[in-house]
Design a protein. Structure first.
Length: 283
């Protein structure tokens, strides 16, 4: 009786090499597919937030939900007062059930959402979070649970005073003050690392090319934004300097690429960041 033929050592090595080659091709593709899937969810989240923002303005005589994050607790939780004007911020800081400061659990963070002005329009905690944002997996001994809320609003859509050149000059208070809404952002992705949540507004220097606050760049060198007409989109950053800023998560980062001297990303974002008419004080 003839014995069945067995694989030779060389044949086995060839098979193993083919499998390894296929894995080297497939695994990066799967990683990219996962990133694109996260980006799709992120876009859907921001589109929901954008609609909530627009509905709030529609129900409040065009007044904007303030882009600040309230630092108040107790009875004033969710609100801030600037001069004589009291505003309802879009979210508050994390807190416990007694409305005291607490940032040790996801429930604390969700309570911060619940006291915000947009919560009645979007009562879905996951809509405030990009699935590619993994900060909340880390518990820091000083600040507690790191950030879960991925999205922030820029200073021009808040009454909170800014020390950044030009920002106070472009502030608007009503939705009707947007110029070219399809080209003006409301929400952006931020991944603040210094505190346990994205605190206050996102800020930038509008006079000289400096990123005051860093972006989150989670999606293959791209970030997602929602615009004032309700559509959400991804933007791919052109300069390595911008990507390095996001990776470092450091404030006050130069927006000028050291190799090319260009400021393509800063120039583009400045256009979409200023919501109304650009005043003469802004170059």
């Amino acid at each position: 009786m003839k014995k069945p033929a067995a694989f030779t050592l060389i044949e086995l090595l060839v098979v193993i090499a083919i499998i390894a080659l296929l894995l080297s091709i497939i695994i990066p593709s799967l990683k990219n597919a996962k990133r694109y899937a996260a980006a799709a969810v992120c876009l859907a989240n921001e589109a929901q937030l954008g609609k909530a923002y627009m509905l709030y303005a529609e129900d409040n005589d065009s007044q904007l939900a303030d882009g600040d994050t309230s630092d108040q607790i107790g009875a004033m939780a969710g609100f801030e007062t600037y001069g004589t004007v009291k505003v309802h911020c879009w979210v508050g800081q994390p807190m416990n059930a007694a409305r005291a400061v607490s940032n040790i659990s996801l429930a604390d963070k969700i309570r911060g959402f619940e006291i915000g002005s947009l919560w009645p329009y979007i009562m879905a905690p996951k809509a405030y979070h990009c699935p590619a944002d993994n900060r909340s997996n880390t518990i820091d001994s000083t600040v507690g649970m790191l950030g879960y809320r991925t999205y922030s609003i820029g200073k021009p859509l808040s009454r909170r005073p800014s020390s950044n050149p030009g920002e106070n000059d472009v502030e608007i208070h009503k939705f009707s003050e947007f110029v070219n809404p399809s080209g003006k952002i409301i929400f952006l992705e931020e991944a603040e690392k210094e505190r346990g949540w994205n605190h206050r507004t996102w800020n930038m220097n509008l006079v000289s090319p400096t990123w005051t606050d860093p972006f989150a760049i989670f999606h293959n060198d791209s970030s997602t934004f929602v615009f004032a007409d309700g559509h959400a989109d991804r933007h791919k950053w052109l300069e390595q300097q911008t990507r390095d800023m996001a990776e470092a998560g450091v404030k006050g980062w130069s927006a000028k690429d050291p190799k090319t001297g260009t400021t393509y990303d800063w120039d583009w974002f400045k256009k979409v960041y200023i919501p109304g008419r650009k005043p003469s004080t802004i170059p």
